[in-house]
Design a protein around this ligand. Structure first.
Ligand code: HPA
Length: 268
């Protein structure tokens, strides 16, 4: 995993100038890619250091083009820890997109709602996160350019959150604000785990995002995080949780998500 090799390969394929943001498309939220004009795709298999993505709902390509008239990079597909990827690998694309010039990282994900008033399809602006994976992508020798002990007192950028709230109001998308907990998965939580999360102040629980936020902050990117609540977390309803249902709900919420992200990117 060498950032320079991936950057060189991508610069050879894409005409990257000054992207305003790098966007990570969560499960079922890949439809935003259709709104990217002049989109050029590079499959992960052709990028040094990337591994093929193979979870349903994840395409596995880095995309370059313009969204809302602004140059962006986007990732359709993630490297999840539950697939067996080391945590540093799961955040590697963030390093690459930063090295390609993106100063802002927009992360999206699908998650279970721990806050009892959340309904499927609700979008949540991530205010803060709990990394409950017991892993950290920065463990090991310090990567050149990183600091050993990065500050995490403001993981999600306050001015980007204010902008997202403003755009949400303007385009009529209901947006709550809350704390996201990242666990490794691949199991969904037990009801006891969800009660624990609730007591810890968690509003939404998922299996991604926390590693990318840690690396982004360590390399100085400003981060915006948007969660799509796809189901009440375990024990908060009588239904079992299925991945198909997660994809189905995100597909329905996708229109709101896309308008929100496009509006934010346009205003960057
Ligand atoms: N738990 C963890 N991850 C998820 C969930 C959930 O309930 N729903 C979608 N991703």
């Amino acid at each position: 995993m060498n950032t320079a090799d991936a950057v060189a390969a991508l610069r050879g394929r894409l005409d990257v100038q000054r992207p305003v943001a790098a966007i990570v498309l969560g499960s079922g939220l890949g439809g935003l890619a259709r709104r990217i004009d002049g989109a050029q795709r590079v499959p992960y298999a052709e990028i040094p250091g990337f591994a093929p993505a193979h979870v349903a709902g994840h395409e596995g390509a880095l995309i370059h083009g313009t969204l809302g008239g602004r140059e962006v990079l986007a990732l359709a597909g993630r490297f999840h820890v539950y697939e067996g990827h080391p945590m540093a690998q799961s955040a590697f694309p963030v390093r690459v997109m930063s090295a390609l010039g993106a100063p802002v990282l927009v992360l999206s994900n699908a998650a279970g709602g721990v806050r009892r008033t959340f309904r499927p399809g609700q979008l949540m602006l991530i205010r803060d996160q709990l990394n409950l994976t017991a892993l950290n992508p920065l463990v090991g020798p310090v990567v050149a350019g990183d600091v050993r002990f990065p500050d995490m007192s403001a993981p999600f950028d306050e001015s980007l959150r204010a902008l997202a709230r403003e755009v949400a109001g303007a385009v009529g998308v209901p947006l709550e604000d809350g704390v996201y907990a990242g666990l490794t998965g691949p199991t969904y939580e037990t009801p006891a785990e969800v009660r624990m999360l609730e007591r810890m102040g968690v509003d939404a629980t998922g299996m991604s995002t926390v590693a990318e936020v840690i690396v982004a902050r360590a390399i100085g990117m400003r981060v915006l995080g948007i969660t799509c609540i796809t189901n009440p977390a375990a024990g908060l309803s009588h239904q079992p949780i299925h991945h198909d249902e997660v994809i189905e709900v995100t597909a329905k919420a996708a229109a709101d998500f896309e308008r929100l992200v496009e509006g934010v990117v346009r205003a960057l």
